[in-house]
Design a binder for this molecule. Structure first.
Ligand code: OKP
Ligand code: ZN
Length: 332
């Protein structure tokens, strides 16, 4: 690298030596009216006001946001099957404004219906994640991507659990061309999609803390015996937690998870940040009160790694802005 390039990259680092936040209103095109559980229809919990309330609170706290750049479809194709991507794209486009489709295939459950704006919103969420990844590659110490719909349940060729394209996995794969990646998933639910994408890989670590799948979504994965396969053996680490877990117990397990991250010695950290571990979350809920998120954020920040924070779940609309602000405090 020539001296002028060194200087230019140094100047960029100085200029961008603060957290960058990426947000676009395009997510609001995705607004399904309902979800189905064992045939029973109920209101859709993953609503546009989730991200809107976070953005509003961040702005009240004097943070600014940037529009994401647009990236090519090849980044999605690196993680998802082409036929599946085409299916999401063509089937959403065909729907009328008031139509909802629960397809019979390419789905792992009935928590990911298609509406007219689903593909465009999900593509914008991927762009939001990749813009954060690019900012981290360019030298910003932390980026926060306000992705919606969330992504960590999206599998290679199946949508599920409010997720269509796996924002964190796509960004992690993009970053993995530049070094070793650790993904730390602190959403209440196990990130079965992300785990699947990297299950055989040794260069991307997946570590997750989540409610015990014996009695929490996604039920079929996230058990501690799942450790990766082949070259990926031991590059998947799961910490299932009892719903009665106290904040003290949670922080102890978080230290174990952070130890696994340190031992892996990654170059970049991707956080799947779900705030549905909050005590008053309507669909999740461990026993974490709002101030815990400051502690969790600052413990993760002590890793001192370039960090991409990807928004996943969190459904208590009146608390969400505060939980998010608390979490990112240490990074900003
Ligand atoms: C997505 B993310 C409530 C049951 C919820 C689906 C959970 C999807 C969570 N009726 N089941 O990980 O926050
Ligand atoms: Zn969740």
């Amino acid at each position: 690298m020539g001296n002028h390039r060194l200087l230019a990259s140094y100047a960029l680092r100085v200029l961008e030596n603060k957290m960058q936040i990426f947000y676009t209103s395009e997510h609001s095109q995705h607004n399904p009216p309902e979800e189905i559980y064992d045939g029973v229809h109920s209101n859709y919990a993953e609503t546009p006001d989730r991200i809107e309330t976070i953005v509003r609170t961040l702005r009240e706290n004097n943070y600014t946001t940037q529009e994401p750049q647009k990236f090519g479809i090849e980044h999605i194709e690196a993680v998802h099957q082409k036929q599946y991507i085409d299916f999401v794209s063509t089937r959403s486009a065909k729907l009328a404004a008031d139509e909802t489709l629960f397809p019979s295939y390419f789905m792992s459950d009935t928590y990911a219906p298609l509406v007219h704006g689903t593909f465009d919103a999900a593509k914008a969420a991927v762009d939001t994640a990749l813009s954060g990844a690019q900012a981290v590659l360019d030298g910003t110490p932390a980026a926060y991507s306000l992705c919606r719909p969330p992504g960590h349940h999206a599998m290679h060729h199946a949508m599920g659990g409010y997720c269509y394209f796996n924002n964190a996995a796509i960004a992690a794969h993009f970053l993995s061309q530049h070094g070793r990646i650790a993904i730390l998933d602190i959403d209440y639910h196990h990130g079965n999609g992300t785990q699947e994408v990297f299950y055989d890989r040794a260069d991307v670590l997946y570590v997750s803390l989540h409610a015990d799948p014996s009695d929490a979504y996604p039920y079929a994965s996230g058990f501690s015996e799942e450790n990766g396969r082949g070259e990926g053996l031991n590059a998947t680490v799961n910490f299932p937690l009892k719903k009665s877990t106290t904040p003290e117990q949670y922080l102890k397990v978080l230290q174990e998870a952070l130890f696994a991250v340190r031992t892996f010695s990654p170059d970049y950290l991707v956080i799947s940040a779900g705030f549905d571990t909050f005590i008053d979350d309507p669909i999740g809920g461990l026993n974490l009160p709002a101030p815990s998120y400051k502690t969790i954020g600052s413990e993760i920040h002590k890793l001192a790694l370039p960090t991409l924070i990807i928004q996943e779940g969190g459904y208590n609309i009146s608390a969400l802005g505060q939980l998010s602000s608390n979490f990112i405090k240490a990074f900003s």
